[in-house]
Design a protein around this ligand. Sequence first.
Ligand code: AMP
Ligand code: ZN
Ligand code: FE
Ligand code: FE
Length: 291
Amino acid sequence: MRIDLHTHSRASDGTQTPAELMHAAARAGLDVVALTDHDTAGGWAEAERAAGEAGVTLVRGIEISTRYRGRGVHLLAYLPDPTFPPLVEQLDRILAGRSSRVPAMIERLRTAGVDIEHDDVRRAAQGTAATGRPHVADALVSRGAVVDRSEAFRRYLSPGRPAYVDRYAAPLVEMLRIVAEAGGVSVVAHPWGRHGRELPDEATFDQLAGLGLAGIEVDHQDHDLAARDRLRAIASNLSLVVTGSSDHHGLGKLDHELGCNTTEPAAYERLLDLAAAASARSGRATPGVVR
Ligand code: AMP
Ligand code: ZN
Ligand code: FE
Ligand code: FE
């Protein structure tokens, strides 16, 4: 059984529609795929309709932008009730922060000598509530300022580059609680991907486990073999579930092909059991898996 628990569609910054993604997952030989767009469940309904036709099992999730001790942490929330009011409220705040920073980024690009219009970004972000830097990158590509998203991030959009603008992220500890109360389970995405190794460290993961964290995304393209080994050991010490995923973005991110990392069936079953328990405790109508 091949299981990939982290992918993006055009409902955020992937380049495939949710339906295209379900069919691509089937072609890639996946049995189970999670749709985890940034900060929105907007792609769920379409993916749900397409999953059966494509012949893949769909796990509905959201990759939520959170912050912990000043650092950005991407939290994968699987199978939460997306109508749980505190969750809706936090996602709305994050989405508002995403939209409101676009004019500031355009202004900074202008100062850096690159002219793009808000409409270029709107066109690139069509179909998503979660406008992000990748859409600004696409706008830069469409204007011929860069050749691809990677160059756009390298030259303009990464932290420390001229057009980088920060945005709101939900407090991690609060979000762990909200996801649990929404009947879902939480896994930290690519924890050592962007800030380098050893942060969050084992003591931090221990605290987060006490606050409801269920797992760590260990096998991810942003982790080298040494980081994976170390994270696997931490997960084992703390009885956290180990996941592996592609973080596929269609053509939007190179070297993240569907199924390039996968999750062990036993780990997947454990996550489903934890989700079922959280769902029962929450008393909420949770989405469940679409087979
Ligand atoms: P944002 O959501 O606006 O903070 O932008 C972050 C998104 O940009 C994440 O989904 C990343 O996967 C994506 N991203 C970061 N660096 C790059 C890159 N070099 N090329 C393409 N996408 C990237
Ligand atoms: Zn993304
Ligand atoms: Fe991420
Ligand atoms: Fe992601």
